[in-house]
Design a protein around this ligand. Structure first.
Ligand code: FES
Length: 161
């Protein structure tokens, strides 16, 4: 039986939306509001939260985690807008350098069979200090400072002295 009172919706009224559709619209609008709130708040919170302090300074990046690399292996990591190469030597020591080949800027990689840094573009090779040792690369790779702090491996540019 339809009611004439304002604000009261009769489920049997053909003008009123079904309950499931109304619930769906409420969830959709609530989810949209929540997503908008997160989209505004997340950058603000990221701005307000200070970065992890290290004695390496603010230009250091986390290149990897301890235990992530086995001995005699390497990985490419993001160093600003360029790639960096983190190598764990056979003796377990960490080395880091730019991963941009000094010949024509291809990204280099660590070759565990050669125990060298290798550029696949023109077979350029570097030693584990980044020195160019064969092939067309004209200059060494930029070597970075490495520091292990807790579980993280930090890398940064060497400071001029
Ligand atoms: S770009 Fe690396 S050897 Fe040519």
């Amino acid at each position: 039986m339809p009611t004439d009172s304002p604000g009261i919706i009769d489920a049997g009224d053909p003008q009123s939306p079904p309950l499931a559709r109304r619930r769906f619209v409420e969830v959709l609008l609530g989810g949209g509001f929540l997503a908008t709130a997160v989209a505004f708040l997340y950058p603000v919170l990221r701005y307000l939260a200070p970065p992890k302090a290290t004695d390496m300074g603010s230009d250091a990046v986390v290149a990897g985690r301890v235990g992530e690399l086995k001995a005699n292996s390497g990985k490419v990591f993001r160093f600003g807008n360029r790639p960096g190469l983190l190598v764990r030597t056979s003796s377990g020591e960490y080395r880091a350098m730019s991963a941009t080949c000094t010949h024509l800027s291809c990204t280099v990689q660590y070759r565990d069979d050669l125990r060298q840094v290798w550029c696949a573009c023109h077979n350029g090779r570097y030693d584990l200090n980044g020195r160019n040792i064969s092939g067309p690369p004209p200059r060494p790779l930029e070597a970075f400072e490495v520091q292990v702090r807790g579980n993280e491996i930090f890398v940064r540019r060497r400071r001029e002295s």
